[in-house]
Ligand binder design. Structure first.
Ligand code: FA5
Length: 341
């Protein structure tokens, strides 16, 4: 019996060494110590045939083998479980020293940044900031601004018409009328916003662009106040180096009128492709508010006078950030836009 038990142990050890999974370990357990058909269970049943002396020794050895079979199978299952857990942990390992993912923060558009800066300057100069409609009637677009019936600005070649009576505003000067209808003089209003024109895009033109309108009405206002205000505004925006100049010009809603230029953002005044060799870039128009315009909104031109100016923000923005083409502002290229903050 002793040889037989030794043989059984060797057989078990060999079979145990070939087990590679939980299922195979379960089958091995059934095969060796299963309650119905286990090899050792069957072996136990043969003990009855032995003499009492032999039965005692053989029984003890069989029991010992049975126990060691159970322990070996449990141990194998345990090592399989430990291996699985180790693999799982290795797979799910988190390297806490890795840098985190960068969160993409949004940026304000350069025109918005400039607009905020301009609004701050006007507020510091005592102006109220006003917003107004981008779609206007003939009254605000032309009639109230003293624009004659045959003026080219009224033509569909220049202005985007939505209906016969409504058009996208082509200048923020419409805001002069809204501002004066809402308030009594003395008043100071600045109105930044979008305007629309049928212009062919190039380095200094876009069909949609931004302007800011300035309007001041009070007693005894002169052209000198206009010049001083615009120069102070440009100085606060760009610093002392930028020079401005006023050129006599005609706008139906001012008398006298003047075009305002500033030194070219590309060449600094020497002359280049952007400024067409002149060294100057047109920033906007200005003038003393026409008496007809004051009368339309019920202000007595004998008592009050005032000035107005309208500046192109896109070209100011180009000067501020050293851009050589204002179309960059509307191409929505993130690589360009994310440079501003
Ligand atoms: C006007 O729009 C007048 N409303 C200005 C004004 C206001 C005069 C108050 C008198 C009193 P102008 O058409 O020149 O003026 O345009 C003003 C500025 O807008 C220009 O100097 C330029 O800087 C800018 N601008 C004009 N067209 C374009 C365009 N297509 N793209 C970008 N900027 C433009």
């Amino acid at each position: 019996m002793s040889d037989r038990i030794t043989q059984l142990r060797e057989d078990f050890d060999r079979e145990l060494a070939a087990v590679a999974s939980d299922t195979e370990a379960g089958s091995l357990r059934d095969r060796w110590v299963g309650r119905k058909s286990g090899l050792l269970t069957a072996e136990m049943k043969t003990l009855g045939k032995l003499s009492p002396e032999e039965r005692k020794t053989a029984g003890a050895k069989l029991n010992e083998l049975k126990n060691s079979v159970e322990v070996a199978i449990d141990g194998l299952l345990g090592s399989f479980a430990a291996k699985r857990e180790a693999e799982q942990l290795a797979k799910e390992r988190i390297d806490v020293t890795l840098p985190g993912r960068r969160i993409q923060a949004g940026h304000l558009h350069p025109i918005t940044l400039l607009r905020q800066k301009i609004e701050d300057i006007f507020v510091s100069m005592g102006y109220e900031i006003e917003d107004g409609p981008e779609i206007e009637t003939h009254f605000y677009n032309f009639d109230a601004l003293n624009i004659p019936e045959n003026h080219p600005a009224r033509s569909p070649q220049d202005t985007f018409y939505l209906t016969e009576h409504l058009a996208l505003r082509s200048q923020t000067s419409t805001m002069q009328i809204h501002a004066m209808q809402k308030r009594q003089p003395p008043l100071r209003v600045a109105a930044p916003g979008r305007v629309f024109r049928r212009d062919t895009p190039d380095a200094t033109h876009n069909p949609m662009f931004y302007q800011v309108e300035g309007l001041l009405i009070d007693r005894g206002i002169t052209l000198g106040d206009l010049k001083g205000t615009v120069e102070e505004f440009v100085r606060r925006l760009f610093g002392l180096e930028t020079r401005t100049r006023f050129r006599p010009s005609y706008f139906p809603f001012v008398e006298p009128g003047a075009e305002i230029d500033y030194t070219c953002f590309k060449c600094g005044g020497g002359g280049c492709r952007v400024c067409k060799g002149s060294g100057w870039i047109e920033m906007g128009g200005s003038g003393m508010v026409h008496p007809n315009v004051l009368r339309v909104v019920g202000i007595d031109p004998e008592e009050f006078s005032g000035f107005a100016f309208g500046l192109g923000l896109d070209r100011l923005c180009a000067l501020m950030y050293g851009l050589d083409d204002i179309r960059l502002l509307y191409e929505n290229d993130v690589r360009f836009l994310e440079q501003f903050s």
